[in-house]
Design a protein around this ligand. Structure first.
Ligand SMILES: Nc1ncnc2c1ncn2[C@@H]1O[C@H](COP(=O)(O)OP(=O)(O)OP(=O)(O)O)[C@@H](O)[C@H]1O
Ligand SMILES: [Mg+2]
Length: 349
């Protein structure tokens, strides 16, 4: 039977007149992943900051194990077994992967009683610290990268490193703010595998936007909008909730329809080409308001085929929203239009 390791009741955080987190309660269980989702500005990071002690709540309470940590400092909460990573990667870029993890492990050594022999020793030779760092490195799948300079590691490896640093502090509860942010498909998959490996030994709360990862990982899903929880429960039930769909997409509609929104035959699709009747017939066109017209855009990075026949038009006064999962080619599309990467086969003006 799993146990609740962290329990937050009725948390509110006000910034002046804004309730960034409004009466939110969360329980985190060992061996369960609780994913918090919501549009930008919903209050997800603020909630994480309240649980980790980075921000004091305006009201409400937080219990970690049997300890009330509502007014505790972040370092005290960390010592009680809560580890977190931030939305923006926080590592020491000039140091090696190993040095980063060892520094995190060393932060725990400072708690031990004063020992003059250890005090005079180089921290590099502290066997307990090295062992903890080694274990964290291995858990995060970074052992082979230990001597790499962190700043030269890939974005995915840097995110893994941040988690390794968190693990080196021996946490029971993990709060991870967008661990997959900015990752490509392969990096995201390996991060999902890492999080599933960590799950049996930890209670975890993830903030995430990556839909594939959310449904691969979540045992429990909470949806926040404007600081408030609008839905919380089993992922399948949340997925089917029309209020959640409306909150994400701005109107009452079926998510499944939008998952296929790049289909060329979808009449609701803002990226689908308009009827040929309205398209210009020459490169210089007869429609002076047609500012961007992309036809069958294909873009490659080496052998990787990123854009596969993208068509769309943008007219004067029109705003096109481009949405899609991580690694799906949104930035590549913008770069292709700007000429920063060269499309393989296309017309775009
Ligand atoms: N320190 C702060 N001072 C004032 N307002 C803040 C502060 N931190 C966050 N906010 C505001 O609180 C609201 C919630 O922000 P928060 O960063 O928690 O959202 P989020 O759900 O994490 O968004 P995102 O998905 O963009 O990361 C926003 O309106 C934000 O501008
Ligand atoms: Mg955030």
């Amino acid at each position: 039977m799993s146990e609740v390791l962290l329990s937050a009741k009725n948390l509110t955080k006000r910034f002046g007149g804004l309730a960034a987190v409004n009466d939110v309660s969360v329980d985190l269980w060992r061996d369960r992943i609780h994913v918090v989702i919501g549009p930008n500005g919903a209050g997800k990071s603020t909630l994480t900051n309240l649980l980790s002690g980075d921000l004091p709540p305006t009201s409400g309470s937080i219990t970690l194990g049997t300890h009330d940590i509502t007014s505790a400092a972040p370092e005290q909460i960390s010592r009680r077994g809560l580890g977190r990573s931030y939305q923006k990667t926080n590592i020491f870029l000039p140091f090696t992967v190993w040095e980063n993890v060892r520094l995190a492990a060393q932060s725990r050594a400072a708690q031990q009683p004063f020992n003059p022999v250890r005090w005079l020793q180089s921290a590099r030779h502290d066997a307990a610290v090295n062992e903890r760092a080694e274990k964290a490195l291995e858990l995060a799948g970074l052992t082979a990268r230990r001597d790499f300079i962190a700043g030269a590691a890939s974005h995915g490896e840097q995110r893994q490193l941040e988690i390794a640093m968190t693990l080196a502090t021996d946490p029971q509860v993990l709060l991870l703010d967008e661990p997959l942010a900015g990752m490509g498909v392969a990096e995201a998959e390996s991060m999902v595998e890492l999080l599933l490996r960590l799950k049996p030994h930890h209670a975890m709360m993830l903030v995430e936007h990556d839909i594939d990862a959310i449904f691969a990982l979540a045992d429990h899903l909470t949806v926040m909008v404007n600081g408030t929880v609008i839905a919380s429960g089993e992922p399948a039930a949340i997925r089917a909730d029309r209020g959640v769909q409306a909150a994400y997409l701005g109107r009452n509609t079926d998510m499944a329809t939008h998952a296929n929104a790049n289909r060329q035959d979808d009449p609701n699709n803002p990226l689908a080409p308009r009827s040929h009747n309205t398209a210009p017939t020459t490169r210089h066109g007869h429609d002076p308001d047609l500012l961007i017209h992309a036809i069958d855009l294909h873009t490659y990075y080496g052998a990787s085929h990123i854009l596969k026949g993208v068509n769309f038009q943008v007219r004067r006064g029109e705003t096109i929203g481009l949405m899609g999962r991580n690694g799906m080619g949104k930035s590549t599309l913008l770069k292709s239009i700007m000429g920063l990467v060269k499309p393989g086969a296309a017309a775009c003006w």
